[in-house]
Design a protein around this ligand. Structure first.
Ligand code: ATP
Ligand code: MG
Length: 440
């Protein structure tokens, strides 16, 4: 039985999800939740699992982290847990949040049930957050946070499917809290904002919207879709960090390409920066979803942007603040892409001279996505063989032969390397003979 079917049945009959928790979570995670719930119960604090964790539980998806909300002092609860069970607490009293770094004896038992091998995605920390309300002083501002109850905490969220909570303390274990009708939307597969100002308060939600739609194959509610036009122009108010974070998350998704195409259709790429308009021009748009070059986030960034000019990449960097490493690869890939046609008809040594200045990562990504078979073959040859070819002779050898150190060394060694690359010499003896000739 699919979880969705299970829920259709379950919600009609009762609103208790203890069975879902017990049957879906592995023993280690479940006992961790019970441990926290027990402490919360003793302190009289209502405790909930909320947000993406509930959504993923219901959809039967693997849970990575828990979002735990406490009505009351989350920091006090975390400290009590740490003093009883060990581990460390990092607290942010201004926000009422605490991170409990789990003690060793609570983490190693987090094994995947089927293989008994450590599950690398299991958390070694647990976030405990005090329920809060959030308000926005102006469009696209960061929220102003005030302590509140679970009702406030659910109302501050992005979508109804992310605004579900299951209570964990005491006899309430498993009680569903669904103030915003999220379970109905989850069952029907609909992504819907909580109120009409949602995208104005926080335009990053438009990018999250497309991510959930694409990831779960859901539909966006009509009235939610209708809110996009008036919030579009607010995208430019978002900081580099906030908008890039959303794009990073999209690029991490397995169907990132269709999500970006969808953002483009909704007119949500151009407001980030004009260089991003017209997604279909990019290499990324033309790849099959299972293309091996789509390996990770940074490769995807390169495939997306390599058709731009170096100058456009620079402007885009002013908007998005790429990490230094990614920026270097992006610029290299854009330059490479602009100059690639020149590799046609060159000798191997000339290809090496042309390609040597480019980043290997850029070359790898560009070659893996290259449609032109002839250029692709040249790039593969360069990456698999040519760039590693070096003559046997070293500077040390030249010194031994009495040549005074200077630019001549580079010239001679380059000449010897070219001879190997072009097949003019094939053995060490032939290299020696050529060197003798050059020194004459
Ligand atoms: P994912 O699987 O992508 O991590 P998630 O739902 O866990 O999904 P997070 O970004 O980890 O998403 O955020 C946790 C929860 O916080 C969300 O489920 C949502 O309720 C809330 N949230 C996150 N970002 C926003 C936002 N911009 N506006 C309102 N609520 C948000
Ligand atoms: Mg999450």
């Amino acid at each position: 039985m699919l979880f969705r079917d299970f829920l259709c049945y379950n919600t009609a009959v009762e609103r208790n999800y203890s069975r879902l928790l017990e049957e879906t979570l592995d023993a280690a995670r479940l006992s961790l939740l019970h441990l926290v719930a027990e402490e919360a119960t003793q302190r009289g604090l209502p405790l909930y699992i909320v947000g993406g964790s509930v959504r993923d539980l219901v959809l039967g998806r693997r849970l990575n982290d828990f979002d735990l909300i406490v009505e009351g002092e989350a920091i006090g609860l975390a400290r009590a847990l740490a003093s009883k069970h060990g581990g460390k607490v990092t607290a942010h009293s201004k926000f009422g949040t605490a991170k409990w770094s789990l003690p060793q004896h609570l983490t190693p038992q987090l094994l995947t049930p089927d293989t008994s091998t450590p599950d690398t995605s299991t958390p070694d920390t647990l976030d405990l957050i005090s329920a809060r309300s959030e308000t926005y002083k102006h469009p696209a501002a960061l929220p102003t946070v005030k302590m509140g109850g679970i009702a406030d905490d659910l109302r501050r969220r992005d979508f109804t499917i992310n605004a579900l909570a299951i209570r964990l303390d005491g006899s309430h274990f498993g009680d569903l809290r669904d103030d915003l009708n999220g379970m109905d939307d989850l069952q029907k597969g609909i992504v819907r904002v909580l109120h009409p100002r949602s995208f104005i308060d926080d335009p990053t939600r438009m990018y999250r919207l497309v991510r959930y739609e694409g990831r779960h194959g859901f539909k966006i509610a009509e009235d939610t879709l209708a809110l996009i036009p008036e919030a579009r122009s607010l995208v430019e108010k978002l900081s580099a960090q906030r908008i890039r974070h959303e794009l990073d998350l999209i690029l991490d998704e397995s169907n990132a390409v269709s999500m970006l195409r969808r953002l483009d259709e909704l007119g949500l790429l151009a407001p980030i920066h004009p260089a991003l308009a017209d997604f279909n021009r990019s290499e990324l748009a033309n790849l099959q979803a299972n293309d091996p070059s789509l390996q990770n986030r940074n490769s995807r960034w390169v495939l997306w942007l390599m058709h731009l000019t170096d100058h456009e990449i620079e402007l885009l960097n002013e908007r998005l603040h790429f990490t230094a490493g990614l920026l270097k690869v992006l610029r290299s890939a854009a330059l490479l892409n602009a100059n690639l046609a020149a590799v046609f008809g060159l000798k191997p040594s000339q290809v090496v001279e042309l390609l040597e200045g480019y980043s290997i990562k850029a070359l790898e990504v560009v070659s893996s996505a290259m449609q032109d078979k002839k250029i692709k073959d040249v790039l593969i040859k360069y990456l698999s063989e040519w760039w590693l070819v070096q003559p046997k002779t070293t500077g040390h050898d030249l010194k031994k032969r009495g040549i005074p150190p200077g630019p001549k060394y580079t010239e001679i060694l380059r000449r010897l390397r070219a001879a190997w690359l072009n097949g003019e010499v094939k053995t060490e003896e032939e290299e020696k003979a050529l060197l003798d000739n050059l020194l004459k």
